[in-house]
Design a protein around this ligand. Structure first.
Ligand SMILES: Cc1ncc(COP(=O)(O)O)c(C=O)c1O
Length: 396
């Protein structure tokens, strides 16, 4: 058996199940789960109809590159959303469809990392646990960058030594962040692009929450946008990961894409032909419809906006928490230990949340997720407001 499998941590939900295994929630209160990041808004009709109309296409094998029409639709979306000009992006060399970003974020490290001694993969802390597993199974050491309250819930990249940058082969970014909701400014992205050139590493920017934001006038910037604005040729060392799961409420369709550096994507295509990960032709057709439509995405955002406003109005100054710059998560600072809060909230109010320390790693005696919990506002407005009332009652 591959011994590196023993280095993988249990998933946060397994740790949560063990933490609350002995708790009997009050029977008179309906259970509310703010745990899982699975969108619950309805599947847009335009995607459903397109998928249903394409079902006969499953009679063909798809190839790794996907249909040219899909890659063109994605290039068009990148142009409209991030201002990437048509002559900057070649859909045949700069874009690859993937079966959701989870598999792609994992597989990308297997393609990029050279198994050298001291090989490091840098990632935010807290982070989406797939980055860590991807690094470990690629034979590298994860290097955690704490996202602290003092630094706007973003990593302090200035604190990273030259020696660490020299060992870095891959840097995962997540903006908007899961679980923090923090958005990385263009200036930070550009500084990191400079460091990637200087120290020869690849940036994998996970932007799967980029379309969930509260201020219509301030969409989160992306890595390709930052590269384009600084005149970088061919998105050198920059790769972005986008998904329809959160943008379009279709996590079950397993559709996303990676885009950027042509050499990295060519290596990734080669890896994927052996790995055997292709997108069903019917999913490709439905994905074209999804990337070409913004109306359902705007409606989605307005639903999230209503939930954040209602939730935060109810919790008010009882909870030390702000609306995120992006994503559908709240990441409040608690007046008590996060595991204790999680247990009490379930025992007294039948509401489930994820302790922040389960989403982060302890480095130098400090876990940046401690005394935070992640609350995911994916349920209905009614359920989210009821959860807010119960959290208020608990804190009162
Ligand atoms: C930060 C982050 N990246 C990637 C994913 C994977 O999403 P998908 O595989 O559905 O595209 C998730 C899912 O929750 C996530 O939270």
């Amino acid at each position: 058996m591959n011994p590196d499998l023993n280095r993988l941590q249990p998933y946060p939900f397994e740790k949560l199940a063990a933490l609350v295994a002995d708790i009997r929630p009050p029977e008179g209160l309906a259970p509310i789960a703010l745990t899982i990041g699975e969108p619950k808004h309805p599947v847009p009709r335009i995607i459903l109809e397109s998928y249903q109309g394409a079902l006969e296409e499953i009679g063909q094998y798809p190839n790794t590159l996907g249909k040219p029409e899909l890659r063109h639709a994605i290039a068009g979306w990148l142009g409209r959303r991030f201002g990437i000009a048509e002559d900057e992006i070649d859909p045949d060399r700069h874009i690859l469809p993937v079966s959701g970003t989870r598999e792609a974020l994992f597989a990308f490290a297997q393609t990029i990392v050279e198994r050298r001694p001291n090989a490091k993969v840098l990632m935010p802390n807290p982070c989406y646990q797939i980055y860590e597993g991807a690094a470990l199974l690629a034979g590298a050491s994860p290097h955690y960058l704490a996202c602290t309250d003092d630094n706007g819930l973003l990593p302090d990249f200035d604190a990273v030594s030259d020696a660490v940058w020299n060992d870095c082969q891959l840097l995962y970014l997540c903006s908007p962040g899961n679980p923090t909701g923090a958005v990385m400014p263009v200036e930070t992205l550009q500084k990191l692009i400079g460091l990637a050139q200087q120290h020869d590493f690849i940036i994998a920017s996970d932007e799967c929450y980029s379309e969930i934001y509260l201020d219509e006038a301030r969409p989160p910037p992306g890595l390709l946008q930052a590269a384009s604005a600084m005149g970088l040729q061919g998105f050198d060392r920059c790769v972005v990961f986008h998904s329809l799961s959160k943008r379009s409420n279709v996590p079950g369709i397993r559709s996303g894409f990676v885009a950027g550096d042509a050499a990295a994507l060519e290596a990734f295509r080669r890896y994927r032909t052996y790995h055997g990960c292709t997108m069903s032709p019917a999913v490709q057709t439905a994905s074209i419809a999804a990337w070409n439509d913004e109306l359902h995405v705007q409606e989605n955002r307005s639903l999230y906006r209503r939930k954040f406003e209602a939730f935060l109005e109810i919790t008010g100054d009882m909870l030390d928490c702000q609306a995120p710059d992006g994503s559908f998560y709240l990441w409040p600072r608690l007046p008590m230990d996060d595991c204790e809060f999680t247990r009490r909230l379930l025992r007294e109010q039948n509401v489930r949340v994820v302790p922040g320390s389960f989403l982060s790693r302890e480095v130098g005696g400090h876990n940046p997720g401690q005394n935070h919990v992640r609350m995911s506002l994916v349920a209905s407005v009614e359920e989210c407001t009821e959860a807010a009332r119960r959290i208020r009652a608990l804190l009162a």
